[in-house]
Design a protein around this ligand. Sequence first.
Ligand SMILES: CC(C)(COP(=O)(O)OP(=O)(O)OC[C@H]1O[C@@H](n2cnc3c(N)ncnc32)[C@H](O)[C@@H]1O)[C@@H](O)C(=O)NCCC(=O)NCCS
Ligand SMILES: Nc1ncnc2c1ncn2[C@@H]1O[C@H](COP(=O)(O)OP(=O)(O)OP(=O)(O)O)[C@@H](O)[C@H]1O
Length: 193
Amino acid sequence: MLKIGLTGNIGSGKTTVAKVFEVLGIPVFYADDAAKQIMVTDAELIEEVKRTFGNSAYSNGNQLNRKYLADIVFADENELTKLNALVHPAVFRAFDVWASKIKKVPYVVKEAAILFESGSYKMCDYSIMVSAPLDMRLGRVMKRDGITYEEAARREARQYPENEKAKLASYTITNDGHQLVIPQVLALHQQFL
Ligand SMILES: CC(C)(COP(=O)(O)OP(=O)(O)OC[C@H]1O[C@@H](n2cnc3c(N)ncnc32)[C@H](O)[C@@H]1O)[C@@H](O)C(=O)NCCC(=O)NCCS
Ligand SMILES: Nc1ncnc2c1ncn2[C@@H]1O[C@H](COP(=O)(O)OP(=O)(O)OP(=O)(O)O)[C@@H](O)[C@H]1O
């Protein structure tokens, strides 16, 4: 069973592409969602996050104060590195457990915003990058999340540039509103069968 990493910078449309793979019957692991879940359920991790970023990182018990944490980590690369070091090992383990339970499919997809930055592409057989022009990506995220251009751009600045990712990726899907996405996914699907 192949493991295919699926990534793309903020607002590229990787989750949208992942849904197409799901429609084709391919199981998809959403690393960002797994991280979200782990950050509110793993007691040891919660304590580490509080110790590192202050008790205000959580409110009402184990409810993650996402805005508080985002303001700290996306403003300072060192802080983001600290958070990544706490969260990512647990996400890697969750993926391995999830994948080990899946049988009788030719491949699974791991969707992760920072597949290359975290190094997790090395644990995949192939990687796919979803690409779209910067302004289009930031515009999509502003609309989806109700955040400002500056907030979206700050996150983008913490991710590898698209041209560097393209060098590492096995395949690229273009989601620029001109090229159709579904035929591009179907072509890769045929290849992985
Ligand atoms: C800082 C947090 C709490 C902010 O939460 P928020 O709900 O505002 O954002 P969300 O998690 O939905 O992420 C939205 C987008 O931000 C970008 N982003 C998120 N985490 C990271 C990161 N570690 N590095 C670079 N970009 C990131 C991605 O493009 C992502 O799709 C959250 O992003 C977080 O806990 N990040 C660290 C864990 C992580 O790395 N998750 C992503 C991959 S496993
Ligand atoms: N081709 C497209 N045309 C119009 N809207 C699109 C297109 N592709 C994606 N979108 C929209 O843009 C937004 C961002 O897409 P999506 O959530 O799939 O991106 P993402 O790469 O997973 O983003 P993030 O890194 O922020 O999680 C969503 O609201 C989605 O519906």
